[in-house]
Design a protein around this ligand. Structure first.
Ligand code: UDP
Length: 400
């Protein structure tokens, strides 16, 4: 929210916003849960033009040891905006803004987690903003909430976040970039499923009645987000439930085989059912894999030079983006130095070896796809600065 610019047109003659939304409409949201295999839980979320990757690790032993708490887990949240995520390159590394967002976002989750169940442990939540278009903190919270579920971390419920604001004298939901930059107020909140507000911030000016109107609207926005989050969870975990059902059916078949002279017909029927079931669920997960691969390829191509920085940063966090299901994204770049190239070649060849072993045992399904992407203008300094930043993060957390 910089300053109000009177020459910016926020509404057309039909009262629609610059992106053709009604004042009370949120931007379209797309969610993929479980996109990183090394993380305990992960989520990729697009909200309008925002693109966010969230990864959750833990509960795991807290490091360094001196940050451990004897009677509860430490919850750490790192919001990081990639330098390429904004129009003007953002300075890599922590800033006042990212520290503030990390702090308030961590606090948004504390009421729904059970840190007292994990003494001396850490629950680490990392969010990377790959593309920013206003509302990144709320988008990041929505992604982190799902990554926590994906990690299997017990929670009282989901946390959903959204912002409302005021532009051209009107209260609107989920500000886009021009509205955020040139509007009069921005009011991001995060809310639990039972309506408790765990984050509230405000930038700009609202009268008491405008504030009430904005609060009503933004809570409706959070509820809409909650529905989208739940649908994404259902889509992700419905197939897991299918797999569990499959095991149950297998057990039932074994039981039936043990009963002599009886149930043979039933067992045969069950076999048929099982075959159908297996075909269904195999078809389903293959579709999902294809979808994820297509999604990775698409995102990688668009963000080619950026992904390499992310891979490096995740490698530093012992959480490579390498993934049997997701495949590998490798950036080939002429400007990389010899060591970089060697490292990547080794990475690819190790992965190929592993895949060959797999394919000896199994079918072509195990085949690895490696996306080799040429990026002509990779900014190497980003990767170095990212590595430094990771060290800084540990230090920051120690000091807190
Ligand atoms: N932004 C930017 N450079 C920065 C920080 C922010 O261009 O260093 C943009 C980015 O699009 C962001 C928007 O300004 O989404 C609004 O930032 P704000 O601090 O209000 O946080 P957000 O709305 O993203 O939670």
């Amino acid at each position: 929210m910089s300053s109000n610019q009177t020459d910016v047109v926020f509404f057309d003659e039909n009262g629609l916003r610059t992106d053709q939304r009604k004042p009370d409409e949120i931007r379209p949201m797309k969610i993929k849960i479980g996109v990183l295999s090394r993380a305990n839980g992960s989520c990729y979320l697009e909200w309008g033009a925002n693109k966010i990757l969230a990864a959750v690790y833990g509960p795991r032993e807290a490091h360094p040891r001196r940050i451990q708490l004897a009677n509860r887990a430490v919850i750490r949240y790192r919001y990081n905006m990639q330098s390429f995520s904004v129009e003007d390159r953002a300075r890599p590394g922590p800033s006042r803004r990212s520290s503030e967002i990390s702090k308030v976002s961590r606090e948004a989750f504390e009421p729904v987690l059970f840190p007292e169940d994990y003494p001396k442990a850490a629950i680490d939540i990392f969010v990377e903003v790959l593309q920013a278009d206003a509302g990144t903190r709320t988008a990041a919270i929505n992604a982190a909430s799902l990554a926590l579920v994906d990690a299997g971390i017990p929670m009282r419920g989901l946390v959903s976040a959204c912002a409302a604001g005021k532009v051209d004298g009107k209260i609107v939901l989920d500000l886009n970039k021009p509205e955020d930059n040139y509007g009069d107020a921005d009011l991001p909140i995060a809310m639990t499923e039972d309506g408790k507000i765990t984050l509230i911030q405000m930038d700009g000016h609202l009268t008491p009645s405008e504030f009430e109107e904005a609060m009503d609207l933004v809570q409706k926005g959070c509820r809409q987000v909650l529905e989208i989050q739940k649908a994404a969870l259902l889509e992700k975990f419905a197939s897991v439930m299918d797999d569990d059902d499959e095991e149950v059916i297998e057990e039932e078949i074994e039981d039936e085989d043990e009963i002599e002279n009886s149930g043979k017909g039933n067992a045969a029927e069950n076999d048929d059912d099982f075959d159908d079931f297996e075909n269904d669920s195999e078809g389903g997960s293959a579709d999902l894999d294809d979808e994820i691969n297509a999604f990775v390829a698409e995102v990688s191509e668009r963000l080619a030079k950026d992904v390499s920085a992310i891979i490096r940063s995740y490698e530093n966090e012992d959480c490579d983006i390498e993934d049997d299901d997701l495949d590998i994204v490798v950036i080939e770049d002429e400007e990389m130095d010899a060591d970089d190239l060697k490292e990547i070649e080794k990475f690819v060849s190790d992965f190929d070896d592993d895949s060959d072993d797999d394919s000896d045992e199994e079918s072509d399904d195990e085949e690895t796809d490696i996306f080799i992407i040429e990026a002509d203008d990779l900014d190497e300094s980003d990767a170095d600065e990212d590595a430094e930043f990771d060290d800084d993060f540990d230090e920051d957390e120690e000091e807190e």
